[in-house]
Write a protein that binds this ligand. Structure first.
Ligand SMILES: Nc1ncnc2c1ncn2[C@@H]1O[C@H](COP(=O)(O)OP(=O)(O)OP(=O)(O)O)[C@@H](O)[C@H]1O
Ligand SMILES: [Cu+]
Length: 393
């Protein structure tokens, strides 16, 4: 009986050692620890990642779609030119007089006053720019009635009994207003990268306001660095093609999707995905939310609307586009770390199983080795803490 046990014991002991060394706890730790440190590092540098899958998806991104207003540009549009094409029927132009000299065109002040009055209920940055301009010129705004807005086109309201339409060329043409006489003038402003707001008052083309938004200081560098990483950068905007291309040229983007209506933005992203591209969409506005949700990775600018942040997978606390470069690098660093961990844990198990099987490893040593492999995986992960974004904050 004892002989039987004595004969069995070494095999039994080896079997236990094999079971212990085959324990895959280090393999199990490899991924979650790296993701935890990776997302923590991101948060430390203003990159808030909602889930592990987004960190992983970011690594595979080969196309980055950037919204124009508020993403590439600062999103603080300012009125730069006001031109009255026609005098407004039945309205008394406010003429400002300074030491006997007339300053500022009366018709222009009247135009901006009516446009701003009509935009009072609008939350659109372009509408806000008009209101700011009217305030700057100390123009009293009148109440707007029957206000309605068509996203991506413009607005309509009644001001002082006049029907006022403000919006894009298409929007004004849609009201059966002929703009052909002023197209040259409008296009010249568009080529400067300015957005044009036309106004039609009582069915007559009254004039236009040009609005300019400054490009963020770091946008061009960010575009350049993304392109250097082999990523295609696309600009998407509801603004007209000429304005969009002028801004795109400033930051080095060649691929421009312009005059995209708000409800079409998600379709454009889906289109790129269909071309087998891994798309990250970066936006800030309410209009961008569906596109953010459609993209493989939706990235919201932290200064943007809550709706965009809600729809996004990653939020960049700094409005700066260089954070996109940083998030891709963080994602790549984390994925590299996961691979190292998995390789390390796997080799540990695989190499020591035969050693345990032939009885060269006691269960106690096997237990220690197993624990050591977990410790080494965790230690390797902690090295990820040394990661620094190239653009630091
Ligand atoms: N409230 C508004 N007042 C005047 N024009 C408007 C208004 N809303 C939209 N428009 C017109 O419709 C166009 C498209 O608007 P949309 O909001 O889709 O894009 P955007 O603000 O120009 O740029 P982006 O898509 O980059 O955010 C504007 O350029 C403007 O001509
Ligand atoms: Cu284990």
């Amino acid at each position: 009986m004892t002989a039987f046990f004595a004969g069995l014991t070494p095999a039994f002991v080896s079997a236990v050692a094999v079971l212990v060394i085959a324990c895959p706890c280090a393999l199990g730790l490899a991924t979650p620890t790296a993701v935890m440190v990776g997302t923590g590092k991101g948060a430390e540098h203003g990159i808030l990642i909602k889930g592990a899958e987004h960190l992983q998806a970011m690594r595979e991104v080969d196309t980055v779609v950037l919204d124009k207003t508020g993403t590439i540009t600062k999103g603080e549009p300012q009125v730069t030119d006001v031109t009255a094409f026609n005098t407004i029927q039945g309205s008394l132009p406010v003429v400002k007089v300074n030491r006997g000299r007339q300053i500022g065109g009366g018709a222009e002040e009247e135009l901006i006053r009516l446009m701003a009055s009509a935009e009072q209920a609008s939350e659109h940055p372009l509408g806000q720019a008009l209101i700011k301009e009217a305030k700057k010129r100390n123009l009293p705004l009148s109440e707007a009635r029957d206000y309605s807005a068509v996203p991506g086109h413009g607005i309509r309201a009644e001001v002082e009994g006049k029907v006022v339409y403000v919006g894009s060329k298409q929007w004004i043409e849609r009201q059966q207003v002929d703009i052909s006489a002023h197209v040259g003038q409008i296009e010249a402003l568009e080529k400067e990268g300015k957005s044009i707001l036309l106004a039609a008052i009582d069915g007559q083309l009254a004039g236009c306001a040009a609005v300019a938004d400054t490009v963020k200081e770091t946008s061009a560098q960010a575009v350049h660095e993304l392109q250097a990483m082999g990523i295609e950068v696309v600009m998407m905007t509801g603004d007209n093609r000429r304005t969009a291309e002028a801004i795109a040229a400033k930051v080095g983007i060649e691929h421009v999707l312009a005059e995209v209506l708000p409800e079409r933005k998600a379709d454009e992203v889906a289109n790129l995905k269909r071309q087998k591209q891994k798309v990250a969409m970066v936006g800030d506005g309410i209009n961008d939310a569906p596109a953010l949700a459609t993209a493989d990775v939706g990235i919201a600018i932290g200064t943007g609307t809550d709706v965009a942040i809600e729809a996004a997978d990653i939020t960049l606390m700094r409005g700066d586009l260089l954070s996109i470069v940083d998030s891709i690098q963080l994602s790549r660093a984390t994925m590299r770390k996961i691979k190292q961990n998995l390789g390390w844990a796997f080799i540990y198990n695989v190499a020591l199983i035969p050693v345990a099987a032939v009885g060269l490893l006691s269960p106690i040593l096997a237990g220690a080795a197993m624990a050591m492999s977990s410790v080494s995986v965790v230690a390797n992960t902690l090295l990820l803490n040394r990661w620094r974004p190239r653009h630091g904050s």
